[in-house]
Design a binder for this molecule. Structure first.
Ligand SMILES: N[C@@H](CCC(=O)N[C@@H](CS)C(=O)NCC(=O)O)C(=O)O
Length: 197
């Protein structure tokens, strides 16, 4: 039987989310490095897997493809302790996953990509991103002031989704506040990752 295959770009937090879940749950997988900057998400073969032309894409052992990092995480973590069994806590986890995609990734990840990978000068980067990112990080900091993890006092997919780009926030020119910094280190430790400075 073929194993799970993950098409991902190692510079992408969205792709690493999938790697983190596989590592945490000891799910065997084959990683196919797929570079966005080299246009490898635009080949006919790749567009056949995901017409949206984005990584990550997981191809399940039976050959069915699945895109969107948070959808892939939810599928791989089904039935595991990364998804709270309590219905309200599960919905809270989803609340943070949707917020991550709409409000966090679109600012924290986007500014990092423009600054660190497209090497745009500050003047060419949307000036709204810096204050927006500071607000996003403050929302997280306020939540984490009295909690060790985002939901239910244990690691869940909400932490994995949010840590993926928050641990690289400095590459985007952001300055994570103290509770966020402590939480990043806690989640990195849970996932067996070296601290991303
Ligand atoms: N919401 C998607 C976003 C995926 C995404 O933006 N992928 C980027 C890399 S982080 C990509 O493949 N970009 C290439 C493109 O959009 O052309 C997810 O969470 O998987």
């Amino acid at each position: 039987m073929t194993m799970l295959t993950v098409y991902g770009d190692s510079i992408s937090g969205n792709c690493l989310k999938v790697k983190f879940v596989c590592g945490r749950l000891s799910i065997p997988y084959r990683w196919v490095e797929t570079s966005v900057l080299k246009g490898e998400t635009r080949t006919p073969e790749f567009l056949n897997l995901n017409p949206a032309g984005q990584v990550p894409v997981a191809v399940l052992a039976d050959g069915r493809p699945l895109a969107q990092s948070n959808a892939i995480m939810l599928h791989l973590a089904e039935g595991s302790d990364l998804i709270p069994s309590d219905a309200y806590d599960r919905a809270l986890m989803l609340q943070w996953l949707f917020w991550e995609q709409y409000s966090h990734e679109t600012v924290i990840a986007v500014r990092r990509f423009h600054k660190a990978f497209l090497k745009k000068p500050e003047a060419e980067i949307d000036p709204a991103l810096l204050p927006k990112g500071a607000r996003v990080l403050q929302v997280m900091d306020d939540h984490l002031a009295s909690r060790r993890f985002f939901v239910g006092e244990r690691l869940s997919l909400a932490d994995i989704a949010l840590v993926a780009y928050t641990r690289w926030a400095r590459e985007g020119g952001f300055d994570p506040p103290p509770h966020v910094q402590g939480w990043v280190r806690r989640v990195e430790k849970e996932l067996g990752l070296d601290h991303a400075a």
